[in-house]
Each structure stands twice: as C-alpha cells, then as structure tokens.
Design a protein around this ligand. Sequence first.
Ligand code: PFF
Length: 452
Amino acid sequence: MQREHWKSHMGFILAAAGSAVGLGNIWRFPYIVGENGGGAFVILYLLCIAVVGLPVMLCEFILGRKTEKDPVGAYAALSNGNKFWKFVGFMGVASGFIILSYYSVVGGWTLSYILKGLSGQFAQLTAPDLALSNFMGFVGHPVWPIVFHAAFIVLCIWIVHSGVRQGIERWCDILMPALFVLLVILIVRALTLPGAGEGVRFFLQPDFSKLSPKIFLVALGHAFFSMSLGMGAMITYSSYVQKKENLWKASLWVGGLDTLVAFLAGFAIFPAVFAMGFSPEGGPGLIFKVLPAVFAHMPGGTYLWGTLFFVLLAIAALTSGVSLLEVVTAYFIDEKGYARHKVSIVSGLVIFLLGIPCALSFGCMGGFKVFGKTFFDCLDYLASNILLPMGGLLICVFVGWFWGIRYALEEAHSGAEGVKEIVWGKIWGFLVRFLTPVAVLLVFLLKIGVFK
Ligand code: PFF
C-alpha cells in the first residue's frame, strides 16, 4: 500500500510543531526560566536547542523519511533487522504508550478547567489556597478525573483514526494557528495590566549567579522533552514527508516554533500573576493553583480569560497527545499490518486503561506506591528520566556511528539543494558523533540521580 504523505509543507511543520508544543512549554518552561536565572538561563537554553535539540531532531527526520516507517521499522530497515536496534525502536513505541497514559490524565484536567471557566467557577477561587483545595478535590475524586481522561483520549483517537491528512494534518492546521492567536490575545491582556512589568522582570532579568553545570543539564533535559525527542515521534511524523521537503529548514522551523511558544507563554503568565499580587509556583501548582486565583481577580477573568487560557492549554496538550498515539498506531500498522481505524481505537483503549491508576494516583490510589512513587509519578519518571534520554543517546550513536553520517547526509540533502552541504554537513556530523551524545549522557546521569 502506498504510504500517506502530508499534503503540504506547512502541514508537516504544524503537525511536528503541534507535537513539540505541549504542556511542557506552557507550564514548565516559563517557570524554570524564572527560577533559574531568567535571561541568563534563556541563553543557555538556546544553546542546548542549537547544539543538541536541532541535531537530534534532524537525525529523527532523516531516519523517518529515509525509511518511511515507524521507529521499530526504521531501525530495522537500516540495520538489517539487528535485534538490538529494533529493541531501541520498540523502546520509543513503549515510551509513547507510557507517556500518553499519564499525559492524557493532565490533558483531561485541562478539559475540565475549560468547563470550570465556562461555568464561572473561578469567581469563588479568590486565593491560591482555595484554588488548591478545589483542585485537590477534583483530582482526588474517584470518577471525574477518569471521565475527563477518557474524553481526552477519545479526542486523540478521533483525530488519529481519521488518518495523517484527514485527521492529524487537518486538525493541526486549525489548532496550531488558533493556539498562536489565543496566546497573543492573552499576552496583550497580561501586559496591559497595571503592574505587569514585575512579571516580565521575574521572567527575563538575567541573573548569572544562578548558572551552574546542573542548570545547564536541566535546560538540556527540558529541551529534549519539549522538542518531543528520543522516542521516535519525529521519526514517525517525518515518515510521511515527501522527498522534496528540506529537512534542515523543517527542523529549524519546528525547533523555532517550539521555543517561541515557550517564551510567549511566559509573557502571558507572569505579568498576570504579578499584576494580581501573587507569586508564581512551579509546575501544576502554577497552572491549577495560582492562575485560577489570578483569573478570579482579573476583570473579565472568571469567564473569558480563564476559559481561553485553558482552551489554549488543552489545544497544546491535544496536538502532543495525538503525536504520541500516532507513534503507537504507526507501529501496529507498519509492523503488524493492522488497519488504522482498528489500531487507533484499540491502542487508545489500552492506553486509557493504563491511565486509570494514574488518574487515581491523587485520590484513592495515592497510597499505592512503586519504588516510593505514585503510579503517575512512576510512569513520568520512567519515561522522561530514563526512556527519552536513553532513546536520544542511542539515536545519535545509531546515526553517527552505526548507520553512518555519510548515508544520513545523503538523505538530508535530498530536497535541500540550497543548503551549504559541506559546511553544515561537517558541523552536524561532528555534533551527532561527539558533542550531542556526551551532552545527552550527562543529562541521563543527572536524571537518574548520579549528580546530586
Ligand atoms: N513535547 C511535549 C511537551 O512539551 O509537552 C511532550 C511530548 C510529546 C514528548 C510527544 C514526547 C513526545 F513524543
């Protein structure tokens, strides 16, 4: 059967950017910038994107387009079916499975917060403590988190089920521009509030004293998760790319859009938080505890701005969730020959079931611990601290040392005639063979706790 291809150049870029832009950009990035030295950290982060993120992304794009296969098939095709490399591809598919099971739970929370916004509930959450107890009441409930987790998975299945062009491309073409428009509207609102400047200062004022080798690794680790690298999501998406596409430019576009949205999110969040007299918190605390209180005090915040913010977050989560489900679906289509409509539904269903103990980790299953962690935390740790960095390291070793830079460059140059082949090829080859694997190895060691 002929492989489906993205209809347009922009379709591929928006779908890949949709995968990259997710919860990681909107709730994690702004906060780690604010906490770790503002503008100084930003410079470090950009360096990580350039030196590690973009080269690895190009590796994934090359493997995908060259083989036109899912991650397992891609490794198998270029290694003559070598079992070890097939296993590496399989690890990527397993990561997709695992990440989506808990990502979808958080995706479900964002959906439920849209409803809270629409029904005016933010009006009562006037202080972070009130918002927190409301949040804990919701995530600790035995039924609602599962219902919203199911709703999120159904949306992912619905899009993936309709196919690459009719589902993923069509929806990313609509949702990604919508995400940008919403973000810009929210930034204008936040920056025009009296006292917004303090938030911008918190976000970007450079503090070089905070920089340390460990922070460098934090930036690198985040670059990885944020750009959806290390598990074959980009291999899968680029397996639908036509040969005439310029992969060098595509990786710059996707990396650039991912970084841009992360920055813009900071400008939408911190000015509003400071203008309303709150102080920011990290991770879920910022989004579900501080922001509802911010919206409660902002003129028009309870209905309009609060709802729009959570619509934005849900869109970001959905386009990432879709890419995770597509990795799993593509594996079963390519390797086992199943039909897309069946596989997307069955995989989605199994992922939903695995997500149930994650959804209950904040309530009745909170006491159930594996290695001292709740089920939710355990899966998050396994995927983001072990599987993704290991996948990233191995992809560099595969392209740089096993398959060979020369063949990879041949593929990269198809459709990229304007690129200064020799210069960029040399730089990229050096990064993929030496610098990037060492950097990723350091992140991996940091994540598993070797550096305290
Ligand atoms: N990049 C997404 C985020 O920043 O939230 C998360 C993600 C999506 C990671 C898809 C990996 C992936 F394959």
